[in-house]
Design a protein around this ligand. Sequence first.
Ligand code: NAD
Length: 325
Amino acid sequence: MPLTIGIHPSVARIVPPERLESELTDAAPEATVRVLDGHGDGRGGRDVTVDPASVGDSIDVVASFGFEEWFLDAGLEWVHVVRAGHDEFPVEALRDRGIALTNSSGIHGAPVGETVLGYMLQFAHGLHRYRDDQLDREWNPRPWGESFTLEGERVCVVGLGTLGRGIARRADAIGMSVTGVRRTPAPVDHVAERYSPENLREAVSDARFVVLAVPLNPATEGLFGAEELAAMREDAYLVNVARGPVADQSAVVDALKSESIAGAALDVTDPEPLPQESPLWGMENVVVTPHASAADEAFPERVADIVGENVRRLESGESLANQVV
Ligand code: NAD
């Protein structure tokens, strides 16, 4: 029997479900693909839910942005997360029920790498401030000495997986000195020096930019707190493209307020969306983007390639790519 893949409407947080449906239909022609009916306030897919009664046991696979409890009891063979991080999915419960879980890791190196380069260029040349001034119709050259070039500056990338390597490659290409933090000492292309997580503070102490690119798990929650921020240079910038809780956000706010660091670019926050009352919104040395760094136009095609390959593997009895459980 060909597999039936249900696209959960929460994927609208990143991509129109119908666009993913069309890409999946091309990538897995032997499967039946349909978008599940959702309801809820939507907010770009974040809070959309699906009535399990409308699904019954009609699908074998669900491709989803978010998790719903009914995934555990719908007779699914496999759940695919359309994100690299699967921290919102109950790995043990899925394992107990024999449901495979795969993620979309491996496809975000280019879009996130370019976005991180963009944040660093903005800070180096004050472009974010000029944009603010432009909206106020102000011609306001910054004092001499505020801008610098990335060439020759050091970036420390914490986590050297797909994201970290995508960032390292681009930083190296522009002439930055790249260091990294990873759990094993093996060399990584474009990374001149590697530190173990135990030496995180030493690793960040001489960097102009520190970029967080690790998964969120019990070992990395709060990984970057007051002490790590204190270890950073006063003219250094923090970039978080991992998950909000990897950094202690109130410690980040304190460090920014006390000017013990120069600024921050946060693509991820804790919680998301960032609440209206957060002081981060109003800080001119902070760039907040709405968890958007990975969502480029090629995203649905790349996700569909992973799912299509796994449909082929499932049907030929091979182990799945990107399998978490
Ligand atoms: P990946 O699995 O390819 O790489 C993660 C790397 O982090 C691995 O090399 C792993 O060994 C390393 N790591 C884990 N714990 C570590 C620690 N304590 N210290 C140092 N290294 C550690 O995943 P990826 O695609 O690079 O994505 C990483 C995370 O970034 C995801 O889990 C997700 O949460 C987040 N992410 C965010 C976006 C976004 O839109 N901002 C996009 C993709 C991924």
